[in-house]
Design a protein around this ligand. Structure first.
Ligand code: ADP
Length: 395
């Protein structure tokens, strides 16, 4: 296995920049997922590792070798794609062994490797099946076994589960994790599905518009997103955002104020535009918030739409009285709405007046203009207690 290093990779197609100066390193044996919306440059970046695309600028290293100018077959990588394209007239054994036989491996070595790979992907009883006799998930496992027998330094997987139904996709996620553990393999995985990225990876690289936004373990991206894009992309349903302004009293949004000492928020001052972020699970009904160590002041809202999901319930809240009483107010502006997730047996009806608090330790603040994160958690940014002087607070 080997580590992979991208150094300032840029790929331009004519006027369009598909990948814009991406640098990152995937450690030996690490599972790193490139995630981001369609068109953000995930596949192009991976293709520069595979050798299918030559970067306009930048270098690609596998192990200690600069492979930028090497052909795909000389890079020690194996790829698994969304469309696995098995040979329909060959059985599983022949499909898995095709590449080895092409390279004239002796029969015994071929059999040893195929059996080992089939064992890993749990196809050992299906080696004589034809592709037409297999489910989508089983065919996908043949594709993975075909990559395993090549004994690559690096596995490259581009949306390998995208064609599978939802249940099978979840099952294959666990299989890929097990595979990664058993092979101790370096894996670069591409997906637009943030849940897939969160569950499988050691680290995820969040891309947007051809640029790397954040590369970090899944829970770091979730709990400490580096900017508004990552905050909104990672997590489902998405984080709530409310635009506001820092004042002497705290962060004032259209509908509520979170008391905090603006002088303690790094990088901004009173008068600056700051966006508050809070995840649906960090919004509480005041009556359920007894255990919360650091709640905000009460916010009043009205429940709009309820979505029972079985294990939890999503409650869409309208924060603004004006939302339906003033023609000038657009009720769909994000600052006037808030999504809360509660236990499914919570007694709430649509249209009910509710009192809420936010968990201060889970409030994120972003500089609105740059979208960069300022702080995660505002528990320590409480308004100055009497007796605390500004000098003390500043020092
Ligand atoms: P993703 O995998 O994140 O969906 P891609 O890496 O496939 O994104 O594409 C990134 C951008 O580059 C897109 O805007 C896409 O249209 C463009 N692009 C990709 N391949 C080509 C190509 N061969 N020619 C022109 N533009 C391309």
């Amino acid at each position: 296995m080997a580590r992979v290093r991208l150094e300032n990779i840029t790929k331009r197609y004519g006027e369009e920049t598909a990948v814009d100066g991406i640098s990152l390193e995937v450690e030996d044996g690490e599972f790193v997922t490139f995630v981001g919306p369609s068109g953000c440059g995930k596949s192009t970046t991976m293709e520069t590792v595979a050798g299918l695309t030559r970067p306009t600028e930048g270098r690609v290293y596998i192990g200690d070798d600069d492979v930028t100018d090497l052909a795909p077959k000389d890079r020690g990588v194996a790829m698994v794609f969304q469309n696995i394209a098995l040979f329909p007239h060959m059985d599983v054994y022949e499909n898995i062994s095709f590449g080895l036989r092409l390279r004239k491996y002796d029969d015994e070595e071929v059999r040893r490797r195929v059996e080992q790979a089939a064992d890993i992907v749990q196809l050992e009883d299906m080696l004589e099946r034809m592709p037409a006799e297999m489910s989508g998930g089983q065919q996908q496992r043949v594709g993975i076994a075909r990559a395993i027998v090549r004994n690559p330094d690096v596995f490259l997987m581009d949306e390998p589960l995208a064609n599978l139904d939802a249940k099978l996709r979840v099952h294959m996620r666990t299989e890929l994790q097990r595979l990664h553990r058993e092979l101790d393999a370096t894996v670069i995985y591409v997906t637009h599905d943030q849940a897939e990225a969160m569950t499988m990876s050691n680290r995820i690289a969040v891309l947007n518009d051809g640029t790397l936004q954040q590369i970090a373990p899944p829970l770091v991206c979730y709990n400490e997103p580096t900017n508004l894009f990552v905050a909104g992309f990672i997590g489902s349903p998405s984080m709530n955002f409310a635009d506001g302004t820092l004042t002497e009293d705290g962060l004032e949004t259209n509908n509520f104020t979170v008391a905090l000492d603006a002088t303690q928020v790094p990088g901004v001052t009173v008068g600056d535009d700051v966006t508050l972020g809070i995840r649906p699970e960090d919004v509480y009904l005041t009556r359920d918030a007894d255990s919360l160590a650091a709640p905000t002041a009460t916010i009043t809202a009205r429940s709009d739409v309820l979505e029972p999901m079985g294990d939890e319930m999503f409650v869409y809240l309208l924060l603004s009285e004006r939302a339906d009483s003033s023609m000038e107010q657009d009720p769909s502006t994000s600052s006037d709405q808030l999504l809360m997730s509660v236990s499914p047996d919570t007694a709430i009806e649509a249209g009910q007046e509710l009192e809420l608090v936010l968990d201060r330790s889970k409030i994120h603040l972003f500089e609105t203009e740059t979208s960069d994160a300022l702080v995660h958690g505002v528990t320590d940014l409480s308004q100055r207690e009497s007796g605390t002087t500004p000098t003390e607070a500043d020092s």
